[in-house]
Design a protein around this ligand. Sequence first.
Ligand code: FES
Length: 361
Amino acid sequence: MALLSLSGARWLAAYLQPLRQLCANGWLREADVDLCLRQLHAALRLNRVFAQVEARRWVADDMLALQLRCNGNARDWRAGQHVQLYLEQDGVRHGRSYSLTSVATDGHIEIAIKRQPGGRLSSLLLDHLEVGEVIELGQAFGEFVWPQEHNAVLLLAAGSGITPLLGLLRDALARGFAAPVTLLYQVRHQGQQAFAAELQALSARHANFQVQRVFSGEGDRLSAERLAALQGDHLRVCGPRGFVEQACGWWHDAGRGSSVQSESFSPLPMPAETETGEVRLSFARSRQQVSGSSNASLLEQAEAAGLRPAHGCRQGICTSCTCLLLAGTVRELRSGELFAEPGQPIRLCVSAPHGDVEIDL
Ligand code: FES
């Protein structure tokens, strides 16, 4: 039984600065302080973000919106950013990134979770996470922002790419953004349209906002011609990597300017090395040595070796998988750049070994 309400815990969190200082100076252990704080409310912690589930709402056949209220440690979050959600399953801690579809100043946030075929974590969240439960989140990250200038904005979303764009859109319209805004939203079939009723209501309420739907399961798709017919000086695009790359390519080919921000969430393409071969992977803290490949990410190879590195987005965005390179050279999979400085932080999900390596894992 909690001794404080969540509002009370949020109020108290503002007065914990002296305790934070004592922990930062090594006079107290944060874990011990957290153990005491959680007796007052399950979500109360010194620095870590915990949130209570306040409501669940299905917004598409395969997507659930979760209304959460954070404990007071969520700092400067913005709709359109992403947060890591952590959950323990069979004693293993898992993390996944979800977009913030709304952020309020009183600690209320909303995230939307799409069911992934075969995804055990998404099924756990969608089917078993109940109102009243408390979950841990990371701090928000991500640079997606609404344009500063008051010119026409074009939003392109595919699948769950709608979620960060909806966060930006809700905020912009609520702030009175008056230039034309067009959203083209591509999904496979009608039932996968998330937030359909809300988008309809927004376009009815705001004369400057219109939404177009594209159902790829019916043979319809975004094309260069269709993009050319859509109004917009600024482009914000989010969806699977192929959709995003194609849309950005068409936009640039048409010479429509550089005000573009894009985010994609499919697995990274794995550029092949000219010379592939077996390499030696040493995971120092785990005292493991395994043979690996220069054509797979270190995250995948560490997992294949039975290790459980912290991770989230698996795309080099969230920094959860950052580890120190102790020896050897790694190749950054997005840029092909090589890094060989000992002690350098690397992201395991977007780094592959370029020869034998030793990692602080
Ligand atoms: S898992 Fe997010 S950066 Fe590697």
